[in-house]
Write a new protein. Structure first.
Length: 121
């Protein structure tokens, strides 16, 4: 009986570990890609992830993206995106990533924008 319960425990741990630790290959965010007129949240999040990975290595922290708010829509950026930590004075937490666009495509309703991406340990 002890061997059976140990075996069940082993498989339970393996199953739940694979469910919790593996990342989904396709997320809901992947549906929000860039178009000719809008910059996709998927690409914005990819920039945030690159920044987080660099900072994790540099600072010895372990953060991950919680993805940007799905309600956000911003015009397409004409220049490469920039990233940095969101200033704490904005009240968004110590480790939120700001993704910046300094120049949007011609005719956009905004000339530049910033999207904050929350993170978690």
């Amino acid at each position: 009986m002890l061997a059976r319960s140990s075996l069940i425990s082993f498989f339970s741990v393996m199953f739940f570990s694979s469910v919790v630790l593996s990342e989904p290959s396709e997320t809901f965010l992947s549906k929000f890609r860039s178009t000719d007129s809008t910059h996709g949240l998927y690409e914005i999040n990819k920039e945030a992830i690159k920044f987080i990975n660099t900072e994790n290595n540099r600072l010895g922290i372990h953060r991950r993206s919680l993805e940007p708010n799905f309600k956000i829509s911003v015009p397409r950026c004409e220049t490469p995106l920039k990233t940095g930590w969101t200033p704490q004075s904005y009240g968004l937490g110590k480790y939120s990533v700001a993704v910046y666009c300094n120049k949007t495509v011609s005719g956009s309703y905004e000339k530049k924008w910033r999207v904050d991406v929350p993170t978690a340990p």
